[in-house]
Design a binder for this molecule. Sequence first.
Ligand code: ADP
Ligand code: 5GP
Length: 206
Amino acid sequence: MLSAPSGGGKTTIAQALLQRRDDVGYSVSCTTRAPRPGELDGVNYHFLSTEEFDARVARGEFAEWAEVHGNRYGTLRSTIERVMGEGKHVLLAIDVQGARQVVEAFPDAVTIFVVPPSVEVLVERLKARRSESAEALALRLRNAQVELREAERYQHVVENDDLAATLRRVETIIEEETLRRERLPALGRQVEGIVTHLLEEFDDRG
Ligand code: ADP
Ligand code: 5GP
């Protein structure tokens, strides 16, 4: 699960990961914000009207949802289930409020907070993206202060300076997390099997 202030690089990192790895699947979120030029419905987001979004909230379809920068964003349960069903790591690029809800629902979720190298770089990247009006941009930068304070709740913090270096860091986290003992029940059984075998064969007390 990736979080970052707006312009921190979540989308860029997520897209690069998807291109590089076939064991990662992206959780396409729903949003009530308007599509940016080039954004496709069903690919970048499921673009919903506020009415449709609220109806889905009422039907309990969201694993999490939150109001962010004046719009609603949410992750459908069905989306997470589909990606999990494909046997892939589910990659969520969501805000700090949503991340808290996901951790509650899925306590073994891996949380990564992406930080920009500096305020100057963050502002520069956001402006260069040309995706927001001056007003919307100012709101996003104001909200960044609150969002950055949430970084300490995350298991991992990754600085997004050079993209290739950032990707190496995120991929290292994925590899490390995949190797955690508690994620490898089969390995636990194998160890037990070896211990039993050793006891039977070599325990001179028996
Ligand atoms: P977010 O999804 O967190 O809002 P984006 O992925 O859209 O952020 O990144 C914001 C802008 O910064 C984009 O224009 C993107 O191309 C650029 N960007 C992201 N990461 C880097 C990086 N490591 N180096 C240079 N530019 C970057
Ligand atoms: P943007 O409008 O720049 O695409 O996204 C704005 C913010 O909404 C970002 O912080 C992004 O991570 C967050 N966001 C995107 N999808 C979701 C989602 O499904 N749930 C939540 N809670 N936040 C999301």
